[in-house]
Design a protein around this ligand. Structure first.
Ligand code: ADP
Ligand code: MG
Length: 278
């Protein structure tokens, strides 16, 4: 028998999420199945509108009406909290709050989704620590400052009291990463974490996520439309198209021998990158 450590951290099976609009029902996620092993990075790649974000939001049960999860299994095998079927949890259950930000954290595409503009950044991170761990305010502050330094902010003691608008876009994204990882989640979901940044910053931020992932030992679900990012970051890749996964496999295999026409068309859109990877 396999020991729990060898079973995937996350198993998603036949996930279906739809939006009911005046024009009809949109099956945004239409029977998606994938698994992520411990310490691995799975890239979910596809064009805009293919259902990547809706998949991520579904995992954390953050789908708002008129959206609804119609079915599927979302099994998290947490080392800290045991096996949890996220699909079955009550909206208001304690465990769901423990999962969000504690066991699974998310970096949203737009940093200001995660940061409140009316609070200084340090207290927002400290608050996340206090929410998920039994610790004192002074200890939460100490760990926040340490984390701000860890993600590459200079003068972290002073940054603690700054507001998001006082920071550059790159620094804000570093703060978001600090907030996402300070509670050492078992899974990090990063939804296009560098799309809003220029190319030089993109590489730095992706490198930072990779380094911290190794330190913490967490798994990553990386959402991107960019196969260059996939090649740099991921172990495995799942290609999403119209709410379905059309191809999956180890990154190198998919990049070198794409089987599905949609995967090929995505790769052909990036000729220089493909050449570099292959
Ligand atoms: N709030 C919403 N209302 C209606 N339809 C939505 C909503 N959010 C997403 N969708 C539908 O779900 C599809 C997938 O969206 P999304 O997961 O955000 O795509 P992406 O792959 O770019 O992240 C979209 O094409 C859209 O049709
Ligand atoms: Mg998206």
């Amino acid at each position: 028998m396999e020991s729990p450590a060898e079973l995937p951290l996350l198993e998603v099976e036949d996930l279906r999420t739809s939006f009911v609009t005046p024009d009809g029902t949109v099956p945004a996620v239409d029977g998606v199945t994938f698994a992520i092993s411990r310490g691995r990075t799975l890239a979910l790649v596809g064009e805009s509108g293919s259902g990547k974000s809706v998949t991520a939001y579904s995992l954390l049960r953050l789908i708002q009406p008129p959206g609804r999860i119609l079915g599927g299994k979302i099994l998290l095998r947490s080392a800290r909290a045991g096996a949890i079927d996220l699909g079955q949890l009550d909206e208001r259950s304690e465990l769901l709050y423990r999962v969000r930000g504690g066991l699974i954290s998310m970096i949203f595409q737009e940093p200001m989704t995660a940061l409140s503009p009316v609070h200084a950044v340090g207290p927002q991170i400290a608050e996340a620590i206090l929410l998920h761990q039994h610790t004192s305010r002074s200890e939460a502050r100490r760990r926040t400052v340490e984390m701000l330094a860890r993600v590459g902010l200079d003068a972290p003691d002073r940054r603690f009291d700054q507001y998001p608008h006082e920071l550059s876009g790159g620094m804000r994204q570093r703060v978001v990463i600090a907030m996402a990882l300070v509670c050492r989640p078992e899974l990090l979901i990063a939804d296009e974490p560098t799309t809003a940044l220029d190319v030089t910053l993109q590489a730095q931020i992706l490198g930072l996520i990779r380094t911290l992932q190794r330190e913490i030992g967490c798994s990553v679900l990386l959402i991107t439309h960019d196969f260059g990012v996939v090649a740099q970051m991921a172990d495995d890749v799942a290609v999403m198209h119209h709410g379905r996964i059309v191809e999956r496999g180890p990154v190198r295999a998919v990049l070198q021998h794409p089987q599905h026409p949609y995967t090929r068309s995505l790769l052909e859109a990036l000729p220089s990158r493909r050449a570099r990877v292959a």
